[in-house]
Design a protein around this ligand. Structure first.
Ligand SMILES: CC(C)(COP(=O)(O)OP(=O)(O)OC[C@H]1O[C@@H](n2cnc3c(N)ncnc32)[C@H](O)[C@@H]1OP(=O)(O)O)[C@@H](O)C(=O)NCCC(=O)NCCS
Length: 150
């Protein structure tokens, strides 16, 4: 498989990327996407002239970066792009003085869970009742990015 990572750039999404995000992140309204773009709450991976993946995140307790969605296009999977986007979020969290980042995935998504554990998240519990929005348990992940050791 071609190694594309050398040509991939990770950065915040720009407002000019609204259309691509709207087509890919169909879970939230355009208005919310626009607000999150302004607030720099989308990270994208760019390969040449196209987008290869994104993270939409927010802040748990208004402090801790929490990955709401991470997605990599099929032809770019398993090439380190998901990990690189998580690393970008970790750098952002460190710059804000945070010691953790968070994420979650559905309990019936073993591959998504394997990815989280591989990139250093640990299981931190579960949201077992999100009815009527979701019938499946949501597994919560935490990753320590600064253990406080000098
Ligand atoms: C999960 C996802 C974001 C991973 O992105 P990716 O760019 O392919 O992941 P990476 O190449 O950075 O992989 C990082 C590590 O996770 C592992 N990994 C990635 N996908 C995996 C899978 N499906 N099963 C098992 N391990 C996986 C890789 O092997 C790698 O481990 P290594 O460093 O020991 O080799 C991508 O598969 C995806 O978009 N899935 C669909 C959406 C989804 O489920 N999102 C998560 C819930 S919101």
């Amino acid at each position: 498989m071609e190694d594309r990572m050398t040509e991939v750039q990770i950065d915040f999404a720009s407002e000019g990327e609204l259309r691509w995000i709207e087509q890919n992140d169909t879970y939230i309204s355009r208005q919310t996407i626009e607000k999150k773009l302004k607030d720099r709450e989308y990270i994208v991976a760019r390969h040449k002239d196209r987008l290869a993946g994104y993270i939409r995140f927010g802040y748990f307790w208004s402090m801790i970066p929490y990955i709401e969605i991470i997605s990599v296009e099929d032809q770019f999977k398993l090439q380190g792009i998901g990990r690189a986007m998580v690393n970008f979020l970790e750098d952002l969290a460190r710059a804000k003085g945070q010691k953790l980042i968070m994420s979650s995935s559905q309990a019936d998504e073993p591959q998504a869970q394997a990815f989280h554990r591989k990139v250093g998240f640990r299981d931190a519990g579960a949201l077992v009742d999100l009815l009527p929005l979701q019938s499946v348990t949501e597994v919560v992940f935490v990753k320590t990015i600064d253990d406080g050791a000098a």
